[in-house]
Unconditional design. Structure first.
Length: 555
């Protein structure tokens, strides 16, 4: 079912509002019916109707990407999290980005004296949408899926040795060495390994059936899914954690920012998941709300530079990568592309200051590492044998938290041209990139560049992208000491020692010049004047759909 047939009315409504008075737009005739109560009605009425006792109305979100569009927990990534997030509960809860973990499905937890196991006590009385009770066996089953060889992120696989049932509401996790950060692995933040799925339901019906008929225990249950188009959820009355105010939640895939914004302005949607700074300023003037959903960091990634397949390619030479970095005027980008909201970059995959590193030291270090010096860049290229220039592909796409990346690609292309580098911009999409980037890196990316965004928390951020055994593999097997350091970081119980070990790993990642950090900036979403977001910001993940139960009708 395509967007034009299943949910085409939504887009038609939005575009009609751009060229006509929004109130004259007709409701969609096919797909999801037009709202009859809730946010859209109250927007057009001079007197708000009496508020129903339970959930009512619709909350409509326009998303930039659906990611892999999979409900298998092993496949969960930052974008696909938006799809499964509303219908599942988390083992541990976190309110804000970088915040402490709190009780969720796991009511109590305790680490053994020797640090080699964790005991989790499961909250009683939680029900899956099919009526089954959520118990320890479901938590054990979910953790085992995250630890499978096919899991998108390796966090659980690297941390967990085995999981045992103690009783119907208790599990014991035996870890691979000491793992003081294990609970963080089971929250809403990367690697998103805290969602709980029903063991009996999956084993009875199989994962293929679950993909089409997913079941969770969250505040919403899925009632309709049009692939690559939209999803519709229905609120769960009297949910144990947070009962939604909206009866229905609708997620619509709208990659184009202009269309997403048109839909917001005409009332076809209430939330747009990510917008550019230009758009944010324009919407704010029109009375719409800008919601800071995170601190993002733009970057240029150089893929598979240490892969044997890149031998002889320009990007395999660190001098070329250094020259590519020196050619970029980061200060100018922060002032123009990010309207003065950009801040100097931190090391690779850091989007915000962190207790895991000495922030000021690394700001000073990256100020030298990422300095703007086109004359030196030209000299280095000549020394490397590229006095006549070189060519490199620059893949780009708008991503959650980075809608301006295609513009960034054009700016970087211009900077590179001044030192004799011809950057060929290649438009792609987030889903394709995610299929290509992980080890083994797909052939089209080998020795080439990509615009991307960092929003990850340390130390998982480096493990996900530089660890030789998994992830984006930005240093490959060229630095075996890096993997050793990361393993020690995750097992070190002393925070001071962990910080020292992590600093050494950060230096390796920075000095490799395979992740050229550009600027840190606030990632912004937009809300209609008819809704409120009732959580501290920025939330612990930039995907807003998992927090759908915390959106409220504006009175």
């Amino acid at each position: 079912m395509t967007r034009s047939h299943a949910f085409g009315g939504l887009i038609s409504l939005a575009l009609a509002g751009v060229i006509a008075v929004a109130g004259c737009a007709k409701p969609p005739a096919t797909g999801v019916p037009a709202p009859t109560t809730g946010t859209t009605q109250s927007r057009a009425s001079t007197q708000a109707p009496p508020q129903p006792a339970g959930p009512y109305g619709e909350l409509r979100m326009a998303l930039t990407s659906f990611g892999s569009e999979s409900f298998k927990v092993e496949s969960v990534s930052g974008d696909s999290l938006a799809l499964i997030g509303p219908l599942a509960d988390w083992m541990f809860w976190t309110d804000t980005f970088g915040g402490a973990w709190k009780p969720g499905v796991v009511e109590k937890w305790d680490v053994a004296g020797n640090g080699l196991s964790w005991t989790l006590t499961i909250r009683k009385g939680i029900k899956f949408h099919n009526g089954d009770e959520l118990t320890a066996k479901d938590v054990k089953f979910s953790i085992e899926q995250y630890g499978s060889k096919n899991a998108f992120f390796s966090g659980t696989r690297d941390m967990v040795e085995r999981v045992e049932l103690v009783d119907p509401y208790t599990v014991r996790i035996f870890t691979k060495g000491k793992q003081p950060l294990l609970p963080r692995n089971m929250t809403l933040t990367s690697p998103y390994h805290g969602l709980v799925v029903p063991k009996d339901y999956v084993e009875k019906n199989g994962w293929d059936y679950f993909e089409k008929n997913p079941v969770g225990s969250g505040s919403f249950k899925l009632v309709r899914h049009a692939v690559a188009d939209a999803l519709e959820y229905e609120a769960v009355d009297k949910h144990w954690l947070q009962t939604p105010q909206f009866r229905r939640l609708i997620l619509v895939l709208i990659p184009e920012e202009t269309t997403r914004v048109a839909m917001l302005r005409t009332g076809a949607v209430d939330v747009v998941d990510t917008i550019s700074f230009t758009t944010a300023l324009e919407l704010e003037k029109r009375g719409f709300q800008n919601l800071v959903v995170g601190q993002a960091a733009s970057q240029i990634q150089i893929h598979a530079a240490y892969d044997p397949r890149a031998k002889g390619m320009p990007a395999a030479d660190i001098r070329v990568r250094q020259a590519l970095s020196m050619a970029i005027n980061r200060d100018e980008i922060s002032k123009t592309l990010y309207y003065g909201k950009g801040e100097p970059p931190l090391p690779p995959y850091f989007s915000a200051p962190s207790v895991e590193i000495d922030t000021q030291f690394w700001l000073d270090y990256t100020a030298k590492t990422y300095r703007y010096d086109p004359a030196e860049a030209t000299r280095i290229l000549k020394e490397a044998g590229y006095s006549d220039g070189l060519k490199i592909k620059l893949y780009t796409f708008p991503a959650g938290g980075a809608p301006d990346n295609p513009k960034l690609a054009e700016i970087v292309q211009s900077y590179w041209s001044r030192i004799g580098v011809k950057g060929e911009i290649v438009p792609t999409d987030d889903a394709t990139y995610k299929k290509w980037k992980n080890k083994p890196v797909a052939e089209p990316l080998v020795g080439q560049a990509t615009t991307y965004v960092a929003v990850s928390l340390p130390p998982q951020n480096l493990k996900s992208h530089f660890y030789g055994k998994s992830g984006t593999n930005l240093v490959g097997e060229a630095f075996p000491e890096f993997d050793k350091l990361i393993d020690e970081v995750f097992s070190e119980m002393d925070p001071a020692k962990r910080k020292e070990l992590f600093g050494r790993a950060v230096k390796i990642a920075t000095d490799a010049y395979t992740s050229l950090m550009i600027s840190r900036y606030p990632s912004v979403a937009a809300l209609s004047p008819a809704v409120l977001f009732d959580l501290p910001t920025p939330p612990s993940t930039q995907a807003l759909a998992p927090y759908a139960a915390y959106f409220k009708h504006k009175k």
